[in-house]
Design a protein around this ligand. Structure first.
Ligand code: FE
Length: 340
């Protein structure tokens, strides 16, 4: 009982709990590195359905991981949510997750989008966006083509050390080999229109402005612009075209948002309930409609004009849990290529 008292005091000090942390789960503590406003509705709906109150700590990925590790066995965190497979894998490597065995999750989430310890709930594609006044469609149909000298001075991306680009590099290594990927990275760097800066939306806008001929961006950034009723955003969309890269080969690289239950979760029952809730039709629709991502569960009805307009594509089927195996190699390759 001593331990319980100490832990309860700690939890209270953290403002993470009421008095019932150890009774039947009436609360759930979520550490989230997702930063999308629409996630609010996701949480509120879970509480409405289950009566389980959600306490949420939002911070940057590394801060949350640091926090979980420092808290150790006393951590109040039940569920960790973040975006990008490489980040989820990193969390997993740190040993913070507990395995979750759930028939519901196994039935609803495709095998290549889950691991024993964490689950994907939405996918986003790393697409190519180009300015048809500056490059031809046939020049930018694959990631590999972005290294083609014909695109010299035309390519823009965000930083090579950003997880989105590292995950792409990790996929390239697994499909094309390390040697080819290193040549690719050097070729892309040689083709830069400018040194990497800004986020994916900035790349799309720079393509529209003609500063870059072609760029890489996550699909939801484009979908957000497409769904925007701001004149400026519509003007950007009108200037550019989007490509699903690698349709004739291994498919467009996708990444995920995901979550896992923490090893020391004080509310394990509620945590599993929440993980299962995220795979429900309703929660899946929130991901699609709120943040312009695709549901991982097949057949979920989506009501999103931009996603509808973008249509369907052939996605890479590489197991998402395997991407992390080559992320460190991708980083080394990028470093040598000067892809900062
Ligand atoms: Fe993002």
């Amino acid at each position: 009982m001593m331990k319980k008292a100490v832990v309860t005091a700690l939890l209270a000090a953290l403002g993470m709990t009421g008095t019932n942390a150890f009774a039947a789960d009436t609360e759930l503590n979520i550490y989230s590195a997702r930063h999308y406003q629409t996630d609010e509705a996701l949480y509120a709906n879970f509480t409405k359905q289950t009566g389980i109150k959600i306490n949420r700590i939002e911070a940057k990925e590394d801060e949350l991981l640091e926090r979980v590790r420092n808290e150790g066995a006393n951590s109040p965190a039940d569920v960790f949510i973040t975006v990008d497979a490489s980040r989820l894998a990193k969390a997993d490597e740190l040993g913070i997750f507990a395995p979750v065995k759930s028939a519901t999750l196994e039935a609803r989430i495709p095998a290549h989008l889950r691991t024993d310890n964490w689950f994907s709930y939405s996918t986003r594609a790393r697409i190519v966006v180009y300015n048809p006044e500056l490059v031809k469609a046939e020049q930018v149909q694959t990631y590999e083509q972005l290294a083609d000298p014909a695109l010299k001075g035309k390519v823009c991306t965000r930083s090579g050390s950003h997880p989105y680009n590292l995950s792409l590099g990790a996929a390239l290594i697994q499909h094309d080999g390390a040697e080819q990927t290193e040549k690719w990275a050097s070729g892309v760097v040689a083709n830069f229109a400018r040194a990497p800066k800004g986020g994916d939306t900035d790349q799309i806008k720079a393509v529209a402005a003609g500063e870059c001929g072609v760029a890489i961006a996550n699909s939801y950034y484009l979908a957000r612009l497409m769904n925007s009723d701001k004149k400026d955003d519509q003007a950007v969309v009108a200037k550019i075209k989007a490509v699903w890269p690698n349709q004739q080969s291994w498919g467009t690289h996708i990444n995920v948002s995901g979550a896992g239950m923490l090893k020391h979760a004080p509310h394990k029952e509620a945590a599993v309930k929440f993980l299962e809730y995220l795979a429900s039709d309703e929660a899946q629709a929130y991901f699609a409609n709120g943040n312009n991502e695709w549901p991982v569960v097949a057949g979920v009805k989506v009501d999103n004009p931009a996603l509808e307009k973008l249509g369907s594509f052939k996605a890479d089927t590489l197991p998402i849990g395997d991407l992390a195996k080559t992320v460190a190699d991708a980083q080394k390759i990028y470093d040598r290529a000067g892809y900062r």
